[in-house]
Ligand binder design. Structure first.
Ligand code: URA
Length: 440
C-alpha cells in the first residue's frame, strides 16, 4: 500500500459529498487514527460523514483491511489444527462462547478467541471468565499461541497491539452518535476477529429487544455485509441469525452464567442455549472441513458432551490460564451473592413474556454489568432459574432467583423483574430462536 499524503479535510469533504474513497484515502484515515496524525475532530467528522453517506462494499473491504493491519495480525501457522472462531453481536444471557469453544476444540478444531468486555447491560465473555478465581484473560500473544499449540483453545482479551485503530475509533463513535453504521461496525468487528489468526469465522448476529440491532432487517443487512467482507478477505464466514427477545438460558450474571455453561458441558444445558450452541458449532466444524455435513458436526459436538471431552477441555483451559480448575467440578467455589431471594409469581398462568432488555437492566442494577467502561462488575450477582416464555407457573411459584449483595438494589431489581415477566391466562408458543443462516 503506498503512503501518499492524504489531507484529512479533502477526504472528509469527499465522503461528505457522497464520493467513493480510494484505498489510499481510507488507509490514510485509519493511519491517522492509529498514529494520531488526524485530530479527534477530524476523525469524528469523518465517522459522521460515513454514517450519513455509507460505504460501497469495496470501500468497506478496504476499511476493514486497513483496520485489521493497524496493529499486529497473529501468526498461528504453528497451530496445526484448522482454526475457527465465533463472534456474537451480543445478547442478554449469552454465555455460548464459554462452552462452545471447548466443545469445538474437543472436536479437533482450534479455537483462538479474543473477546471483549461487556459495555452493554451485562458482562461480556471476559467478565464471565474472570468470575473464575485466578483466571487470567490478559495473556500476551506469545502465550496465546503457546496455549493454542498445546490444548487447541485460548480465550483472552484484546491486546493493545491488536487493531489499535478500532480502539481509538470505537471510543470516538461511542460519544459522537456514530456507532450505528454497517460499514463502521463491519470494520470494527472484523478487524479484531481477522487479526486473531483464524481460518474461518462464524457469527451469531442477534436481533430483537435485547440485541444491539433491534430490527431484524437491519441485523440481516449487517450479517450479509460481515459475511461478504470477511469472505472477500479470504476467510470463509457464515452468520447465524438468532432472536434475542427473551434472555438466552435461565441465568444472567457473570458467575451464574459460568455455572450454566458448565451445566451445558455436562449435558444439562437449557434447550434454547443448546439450540444456538449447536447451530454455531455445526457451522464451525463444516466450514473448517472437520465435518462434511451439519448432521455429522452435530453428532460430534453431542459426543464431546456425552464422552466428557468438552468438559475436560474446559478444565484444561481454566488451568492453563491460571484459574481454579476445580470450579468445573465444584461450581459452588465461584463467587456467591450474600442475598439469594426467589421472586414469586403474582398469579397462576403461563409465561407470556420475559423482556430481555428489562432483565438486563435489572442485572445492571444489581451490579452484573457496567454503565461506563471504567466501572467494575460484581461477578456474583444476577438472576438464575429464570422462567421461559410458554412455561406454566403456579401462583407464588418462583419466576427466578435474584442474587444480590445489597438490599436496595435487590428491591429495585425485584420491581424491574416483576414488570419484565408477564403472566397470561393462555399458553403461548416459545418464539423461534435460530432464524436463518447467511452465507451457507
Ligand atoms: N461491536 C464491535 O466490536 N464494534 C462495533 O462497531 C459494534 C459492536
Amino acid at each position: 500500500m503506498s503512503v501518499t499524503t492524504v489531507f484529512p479535510q479533502h477526504v472528509i469533504a469527499k465522503k461528505r459529498d457522497g464520493g467513493v474513497l480510494s484505498r489510499d484515502e481510507i488507509a490514510g484515515f485509519v493511519r491517522g487514527a492509529t498514529d494520531g496524525s488526524w485530530a479527534d475532530y477530524q476523525l469524528s467528522a469523518m465517522l459522521m460523514a460515513i454514517v450519513w453517506r455509507g460505504m460501497t462494499p469495496q470501500e468497506t473491504a478496504h476499511y476493514t483491511e486497513a483496520m485489521m493491519h493497524s496493529g499486529v495480525v497473529a501468526d498461528l501457522s504453528s497451530v496445526k489444527q484448522p482454526k475457527a472462531d465465533k463472534h456474537s453481536t451480543g445478547g442478554v444471557g449469552d454465555k455460548v462462547s464459554l462452552h462452545l469453544a471447548p466443545m469445538v476444540a474437543a472436536c479437533g478444531v482450534a479455537v483462538p478467541m479474543i473477546s471483549g468486555r461487556g459495555l452493554g447491560h451485562t458482562g461480556g465473555t471476559l467478565d464471565k471468565l474472570e468470575a473464575i478465581p485466578g483466571f487470567r484473560v490478559n495473556l500476551p500473544l506469545a502465550e496465546y499461541r503457546a496455549e493454542l499449540e498445546r490444548i487447541g483453545l485460548s480465550l483472552i482479551g484484546q491486546t493493545a497491539d491488536l487493531a489499535p485503530a478500532d480502539k481509538k475509533l470505537y471510543a470516538l463513535r461511542d460519544v459522537t452518535g456514530t456507532v450505528e453504521s454497517i460499514p463502521l461496525i463491519c470494520g470494527s468487528i472484523l478487524s479484531k476477529k481477522l487479526a486473531e489468526g483464524i481460518d474461518v469465522l462464524v457469527l451469531d448476529v442477534k436481533f430483537g429487544r435485547g440485541a444491539f440491532m433491534k430490527d431484524k432487517a437491519k441485523a440481516r443487512e449487517l450479517a450479509q455485509a460481515l459475511v461478504s467482507v470477511a469472505t472477500q478477505m479470504g476467510k470463509p464466514t457464515r452468520a447465524v441469525m438468532t432472536a434475542m427477545e427473551q434472555p438466552l438460558g435461565r441465568a444472567v450474571g457473570n458467575a451464574l452464567e459460568v455455572v450454566e455453561s458448565i451445566e451445558c458441558l455436562k449435558g444439562r444445558g437449557p434447550e434454547d442455549t443448546m439450540a444456538v450452541t449447536y447451530a454455531l458449532g455445526e457451522q464451525m466444524l463444516v466450514l473448517t472441513g472437520a465435518a462434511k455435513t451439519t448432521a455429522e458436526a452435530r453428532e460430534r459436538l453431542e459426543q464431546s458432551i456425552s464422552r466428557g471431552t468438552a468438559l475436560q477441555k474446559m478444565r484444561e483451559l481454566v488451568a492453563m490460564q491460571g484459574g481454579d480448575a476445580v470450579v468445573v467440578d465444584e461450581p459452588s467455589r465461584l463467587p456467591r451473592a450474600r442475598l439469594r431471594v426467589p421472586l414469586a409469581a403474582p398469579r397462576a398462568g403461563f409465561v407470556a413474556d420475559v423482556d430481555a432488555m428489562a432483565v438486563a437492566l435489572a442485572a445492571l442494577r444489581l451490579g452484573a454489568g457496567r454503565a461506563k467502561a471504567e466501572d467494575s462488575v460484581d461477578h456474583a450477582v444476577g438472576v438464575s432459574d429464570l422462567v421461559k416464555i410458554g412455561e406454566p407457573v403456579a401462583a407464588g411459584a418462583p419466576l427466578c432467583v435474584v442474587h444480590a449483595n445489597d438490599e436496595k438494589a435487590l428491591a429495585e431489581a425485584n420491581a424491574m423483574l416483576t414488570k419484565a415477566i408477564a403472566i397470561g391466562s393462555n399458553a403461548v408458543a416459545a418464539p423461534r430462536l435460530v432464524d436463518e443462516i447467511i452465507g451457507a
